[in-house]
Ligand binder design. Structure first.
Ligand code: FES
Length: 323
């Protein structure tokens, strides 16, 4: 078992919607879970041995169990399929500590949560936290039909019922208009949080950026194509220097910083390997990274102070990293 992971037991499984199943877990050692912030995700290793990231969707104030939900993906390489097919009540799984790249902004004037399909999961934990703290929010949930909308009983009751609006069966032509409607009467300084399929989040970002009252749109991705972030400005080959020891390693074309560092005995923890989970994030001391991840915030990207070593590259001949 890797460091920072522990064994949990599945004590409840529910079919939440068409193809979406939730798993309630408790620690095998009987201890409570550490507190986590809304929006966090965990690594879950399925019985197939494949590890994937899943958002926690329980109330973050509760520590005796955690809840995550999994959509059975038709193209699954053994992650979601194995969790659906091979896990029963009483099964033991290995999970990681929560990590959060999708935090609520404390001083936001108001919060609008916009999710689609399985993308409801991080937004549900945010809704629990916002409701508990008495913060103003609205949650818009888009799904193909009621049968495809997860967690309907929870979302239809207090403390959420008055804050949740459902949008069913919209085609792409109607989506932009519906999203404009979601943001039409927002207060200046509102933050938007979105999770769902990539084209859906792209639509939310486009509408959010065109709405003057929206301060920022935050998003959470669970799969990504790092090549889509290639601006053409990165060098094919570059050097990485370790700030503490002064060791230098060459990163060749097609090689990742993670694998280059491994050749000199420096192991960087990784999980997704595709720039969405943030596990491999390290500090940049010097140099000009080309960020090809999908997990850093706009501000982190602009600061060039951190880099995700599994996918990102360099625009300068030398990157100095603090690892
Ligand atoms: S390992 Fe997930 S972002 Fe690099």
């Amino acid at each position: 078992m890797q460091a920072n992971t522990f064994k949990v037991r599945v004590d409840s499984i529910r079919d939440e919607a068409h193809g979406i199943r939730s798993f309630r877990i408790t620690r095998v050692d009987g201890q409570p879970f550490d507190n986590y912030e809304a929006g966090a995700h965990i690594d879950v290793t399925a019985p197939s041995g494949i590890t994937r990231q899943y958002s926690l969707c329980s109330d973050p104030a509760l520590s005796d169990f955690q809840l995550f939900a999994v959509k059975r993906e038709p193209e699954s390489r053994g992650g979601s399929r194995s969790l659906h097919d091979d896990v029963a009540i009483g099964s033991e799984l290995v999970v990681g500590q929560p990590r959060n790249l999708f935090r609520l902004v404390d001083d936001a004037r108001a919060h609008v949560l916009i999710g689609a399909g399985i993308g409801i999961t991080p937004l549900l934990s945010m809704a629990y936290q916002l409701a508990a703290n008495g913060k103003p929010f609205v949650l818009h949930y888009f799904a193909r039909s009621e049968a495809h909308a997860a967690f309907l009983p929870a979302l239809s009751q207090e403390p959420f019922a008055a804050n949740v609006q459902f949008h069913y069966g919209l085609g792409s032509d109607d989506l932009a208009a519906a999203l404009r409607g979601c943001l039409a009467d927002t207060a200046s300084g509102t933050h938007v949080y979105t999770c769902g399929p990539a084209p859906f989040m792209d639509a939310v970002v486009a509408v959010g950026e065109a709405t003057p009252t929206i301060a920022e749109v935050h998003l959470e991705r669970f799969s990504a194509d790092p090549a889509a972030m290639d601006t053409g400005a990165a060098l094919d080959e570059f050097d990485v220097k370790i700030s503490g020891s002064g060791q230098v390693v060459h990163v060749s074309k097609g090689e990742t910083i993670v694998s280059a560092l491994a050749t000199i005995g420096i192991e960087i923890d990784t999980s997704c390997g595709e720039g969405v989970c943030g596990t491999c994030m390290v500090d940049v001391v010097e140099g000009d990274p080309e960020h090809r991840d999908h997990c850093l915030s706009k501000a982190e990207r602009a600061s060039n102070k951190v880099i995700c070593c599994c996918v990102s590259r360099s625009r300068s001949p030398l990157l100095v990293l603090d690892v």
